[in-house]
Design a protein around this ligand. Structure first.
Ligand code: DGP
Length: 122
C-alpha cells in the first residue's frame, strides 16, 4: 500500500516550529506534547518526527532506529508522568474507521482517572 503524507497537517507544522506546543519530551526521532483538548488529567501525544501517516505506515517504512526511539519515548513518557502504578491507555487512531483527525502518526497516552471500557458498544 502507498501512503500519502500531507505536510500541511497540524503536527507537521508543530514539528517545523510553526505552531507552539507544550513539549513533555523530545528525542532524536520523536516528540511528545500535551493534547490541546485533554480528555483525561494526563493526555500526551507522542509523534515520530518522520512523515508517517499511521501506525502501520510507520511499522512498514520507518527505520529500526526510529522505531526503537519512538517505542522508548512512549515508555519514557509513562515514567515521566509516573503512570506505572495506576496505569494508562494508549490509543492510535488511523484513517476513517479509526476517526483520525490529524494525518500524522500519534499515540495518545491517557491517564489520571478511571478511563472506562475501551470502546462504546454503540
Ligand atoms: P486523532 O483523532 O487521534 O487524530 O486526535 C488528534 C488529537 O490532536 C486531538 O486529541 C486533538 C489534538 N490536537 C489537534 N490540534 C492540536 C494542536 O494544534 N496542538 C495540540 N497540542 N494538539 C492538537
Amino acid at each position: 500500500m502507498a501512503y500519502t503524507y500531507d505536510d500541511q497537517n497540524i503536527f507537521a507544522k508543530i514539528l517545523r516550529g510553526e505552531i507552539p506546543n507544550d513539549t513533555v519530551l523530545e528525542t532524536e526521532h520523536s516528540l511528545a506534547f500535551r493534547d490541546i483538548t485533554p480528555q483525561a488529567p494526563h493526555h500526551v501525544l507522542v509523534i515520530p518526527k518522520g512523515p508517517y501517516v499511521t501506525y502501520d505506515h510507520f511499522a512498514a517504512e520507518a527505520s529500526d532506529a526510529e522505531i526503537v526511539d519512538y517505542t522508548r519515548a512512549v515508555g519514557q513518557i509513562c515514567q515521566i508522568l509516573g503512570l506505572e502504578e495506576d496505569g494508562f491507555r494508549l490509543i492510535s487512531n488511523a484513517g476513517r474507521a479509526g476517526v483520525q483527525e490529524v494525518p500524522h502518526l500519534h499515540v495518545h497516552i491517557l491517564a489520571g482517572r478511571p478511563l472506562g471500557r475501551m470502546l462504546d458498544k454503540a
